[in-house]
Write a protein that binds this ligand. Structure first.
Ligand code: AHG
Ligand code: MN
Ligand code: MN
Length: 327
């Protein structure tokens, strides 16, 4: 018999002592929005969703039509959930806040509505990434303090990768679980429970065109992997959609890294809606996620769009960067 993601979340709810129903109703807003995005992606060439909007977003990046569509789908589906106090999106400069009491508006949802935008028009995997934070009880804390919590405070995190099949992966802090969208019934069906990242992999994933601009320790590290210093030969895989590169790393092990560069000394990837949710999942799957110096989930955010260097993957590879391969 199948287990849908809604059933799975309800079972999980007992473990995370969330008000029964509220949390699963909240996540159903996310899964509904991703099904809307998935439907658009499946017929992208036939509808008017490819190409650029002809405007830039707060990141200064060309917004793709699908970025805007995905963002609107999530804002619409989640805005209707009265347990949501605020929505933070890569595509919006400021959080969208709702005037709800501390009792009802209990959650903050942070998301990258469409990850891998540069790959939409060439029919390569893209994704959606989300992170759920609990609103801080002290009302005077205001929403800003609730939004800028370190990643270890996340209540849930997940992503959907729109690929040959559409796969949702999520954690509420009790393991990592994967679901495949069954288009014949329109439901995400459980396919893997308690996923664990291999302790070591044989892929490294990085945009090597930036190598000359990385700090020296990252150049040495990638050279180490290439030289087989960790006891095995590595292959390079780089899809350019973080969600797809991460999903492969979760399943096969190895390491994904986006080091600092001269023009982006703080890294390119965003802490709140890219690094934190994936770091939560990685650690729940016995992997690691680091800036190259410290744990991603320990970073105290100062801005909703702040960026961070990001190294995520199997313990063996991440520790080799942190502590040197021989130590
Ligand atoms: P987004 O499409 O949400 O802006 O994210 C793009 C990110 C991430 O998906 C990917 O890992 C990275 O940009 C690729 O950057 P480069 O093209 O600089 O390698
Ligand atoms: Mn992204
Ligand atoms: Mn995006």
């Amino acid at each position: 018999m199948i287990t849908t993601v809604q059933q799975h979340i309800l079972q999980q709810q007992q473990e995370i002592s969330e008000a029964s129903g509220t949390f699963s109703w909240l996540l159903s807003g996310i899964t509904l929005a991703t099904k809307m995005v998935e439907a658009k992606i499946r017929t992208a060439g036939l509808n008017d969703v490819l190409g650029a909007m002809g405007q830039t977003n707060v990141q200064g990046e060309q917004q793709q039509k699908l970025d805007v569509y995905a963002n609107q789908a999530l804002l619409h589906c989640l805005g209707l959930r009265d347990s949501v106090a605020a929505l933070v999106s890569e595509e919006d400069e400021e959080p969208v806040t709702f005037d709800r009491s501390v009792e009802s508006g209990k959650y903050i949802i942070v998301f990258d509505p469409l990850d891998g935008s540069s790959n939409i028009d060439v029919n390569v995997n893209v994704g959606t990434i989300f992170s759920v934070l609990r609103r801080l009880p002290s009302a005077d804390a205001g929403l800003q303090a609730s939004i800028l919590q370190p990643g270890y405070a996340q209540v849930a995190a997940g992503y959907v990768v729109y690929g040959p099949s559409t796969v949702l992966v999520y954690t509420t802090g009790h393991g990592v679980h994967a679901f495949t969208l069954d288009p014949t019934i329109g439901a995400y069906v459980l396919t893997k429970e308690h996923m664990k990242m291999p302790q070591q992999g044989s892929y490294y994933s990085v945009n090597e065109s930036n190598a000359a601009a990385w700090p020296e320790e990252f150049r040495e590290y990638v050279a180490l992997l290439r030289a087989g210093a960790l006891g095995r030969q590595y292959s390079s895989r780089y899809i350019g959609s973080l969600v797809a590169d991460f999903h492969r790393t979760l399943l096969k092990g190895g390491v994904f890294l986006y080091p600092p560069t001269r023009e982006q000394p703080g890294g390119k990837l965003r802490l709140l809606y890219e690094a934190n949710p994936l770091a939560f999942i990685a650690e729940q799957a016995d992997g690691m996620a680091s800036t190259g110096k410290g744990r991603i989930l320990d970073i105290k955010p100062h801005g909703i769009h702040q960026r961070t260097p990001f190294v995520v993957g199997s313990k063996r590879e991440v520790e080799a960067l942190l502590y040197g391969q021989g130590k």
